[in-house]
Design a protein around this ligand. Structure first.
Ligand code: BG6
Length: 460
């Protein structure tokens, strides 16, 4: 049968995962605590059904069989992250058990012809680093660079694609503008410092990687949530422009162009939010841009101008714009996120037109659904047709973007198997494989079957 949507040769098909969400073994294998382990210890009630990060999906024990399952569904690539607090538990000395684990995991992937795209930071600040102030402290930026260099030296001969951060805006937004990630600070001035220092850490890491000359590439993964204004009115357009500056361009521009948007600098200056910067660091960011981009896309951001008086005494993003509920929106009710497939095309075109058509890939796209057990059929397979529909429609728009010249080289779903999702724990399931939490058994969902065919055929 001829396919309507055929993707370019060597297109990467696979999934992303993160150490904290899949490995488990949070308190073994020589791993030190990260902020999630600690936060769970002191406030377990914040986590859905009181489920914490200790065991997550037991990938640490079952990675061999899981990699075999990836092969079964025709993955040719996979993005795991390394846990900083596992690799260098005390911030200085390398943990040999971690080296063995990651070496073996990468070898196993290679044996199965699955290319690793290895991410260095996925929301998992080691507790000892957070105790020093986390990203607010430049010492931690240096410690991150040391960790990254250590990883390059240990694994760089076998890993040819690295990423510095996954969604660096998320710890800023959730941990320094809201109460959803530890340390739950609500302070925009501190949030700006965290964002700037994360960017600095990314640029320093890119520099270190390029200096090692290992013949690979390094990028960053950003969650680009296109901003759509309610209307073309001046106020709505400005609201959407500011949302875009704060939540997309704050990392996208320096990562790809090496410079911050002038409008962002002005806005921060007007509100006395500009961080202390050093000329050398600005140069460093300018000279160490990414080789490629990973884009996580789940939802758009619809905004309008603020119509009511802003009463808080704090400067926060909601001072500049408020959410707009588009009457035609379709929701994923479990996650509370709008589903808007065309957003992926808009991203593809934005990268093509405004970011030098840099090579990029979809690094995460997926749909979390609660209580999926109700879709189990008599054979024990979850009939998740909604997820197939979700992937299909996004892929159609991605295909259109590629056909119009956007330089996209792959599509990774979130995620391979059901995993632990931060505060939501196991509430919403995202996997191509179901994970039975009692037995840790994995079983393929209907979407896994579908994805397997698409990956095998390079299209549908
Ligand atoms: C992405 C993250 O933002 O979204 C993942 O990189 C996360 O870590 C995924 O799990 C889905 O979001 P959530 O909050 O439903 O787990």
């Amino acid at each position: 049968m001829t396919k309507s949507y055929m993707f370019p040769d060597n297109f990467k098909w696979g999934a992303a995962a993160s150490a904290t969400q899949t490995e488990g073994a949070a308190n073994s294998g020589g791993k030190a605590k990260n902020i999630w382990d600690y936060w769970y210890e002191i406030e377990p009630e914040r986590f859905h059904k009181g489920v914490g990060p200790q065991d997550t999906s037991t990938f640490y024990q079952h990675y061999k069989a899981d990699i075999k399952r990836m092969k079964d569904v025709h993955f040719n690539s996979f993005r795991p992250s390394i846990s900083w607090s596992r690799l260098i538990p005390d911030g200085v000395h390398v943990n040999q058990e971690a080296v063995d684990f990651y070496n073996d995991m990468f070898d196993e992937l290679q044996k199965n012809d699955i290319e690793s795209i290895v991410n260095l930071y996925h929301f998992d600040m080691p507790l000892n680093m957070q105790n020093k102030g986390g990203w607010e402290n430049l010492e931690v930026v240096e410690a991150f660079k040391y960790y990254a260099e250590t990883a390059f030296k240990l694994f760089g001969h076998k890993i040819k694609k690295w990423t510095t951060f996954n969604e660096p805006i998320v710890p800023v937004e959730m941990g320094y503008l809201n109460h959803f990630h530890y340390p739950c600070v609500v302070d925009m001035k501190r949030a700006v410092v965290v964002a700037y220092n994360s960017m600095l850490a990314s640029a320093k890491t890119i520099q270190a990687y390029h200096e090692l000359n290992q013949g690979g590439e390094i990028g960053i993964i950003l969650n680009l949530t296109p901003s759509y204004p309610r209307s073309e009115s001046e106020g709505d357009l400005k609201a959407s422009q500011i949302a875009d500056l704060l939540f997309n361009r704050s990392f996208l521009d320096p990562s790809v162009h090496g410079i911050y948007p002038e409008e962002l600098i002005e806005l921060l200056r007007d509100y006395e939010l500009l961080p202390q910067t050093d000329k050398k660091d600005i140069e460093l960011i300018r000279n160490n841009t990414v080789d490629f981009l990973g884009v996580n896309y789940y939802q758009p951001r619809r905004v309008k101008e603020r119509e009511s008086e802003y009463t808080s005494d704090k400067v926060l993003p909601e001072m500049f714009f408020v959410p707009y509920i588009w009457p035609e929106r379709r929701m994923n009710p479990y996650r509370g996120w709008e589903i808007y497939e065309k957003g992926l095309y808009d991203i593809a075109m934005n990268i093509k037109d405004n970011y030098g058509n840099i090579p990029w890939y979809v690094a995460e796209n997926g749909m979390g659904v609660e209580n999926e057990e109700r879709f189990l059929d008599e054979t024990g397979m979850i009939q998740d047709d909604y997820r197939i529909e979700f992937y299909k429609e996004h892929l159609k728009w991605l295909y259109k973007g590629i056909s119009e010249g956007s330089n996209c080289f792959g599509y990774h779903v979130w995620t391979f198997m059901d995993n632990w999702s931060w505060l939501n724990a196991y509430k919403n399931r995202y996997g191509l494989y179901r994970v039975d939490l009692e037995t840790q058994e994995r079983s393929l969902k209907k979407s896994g079957q579908w994805f397997s065919n698409v990956a095998k055929e390079n299209g549908f």
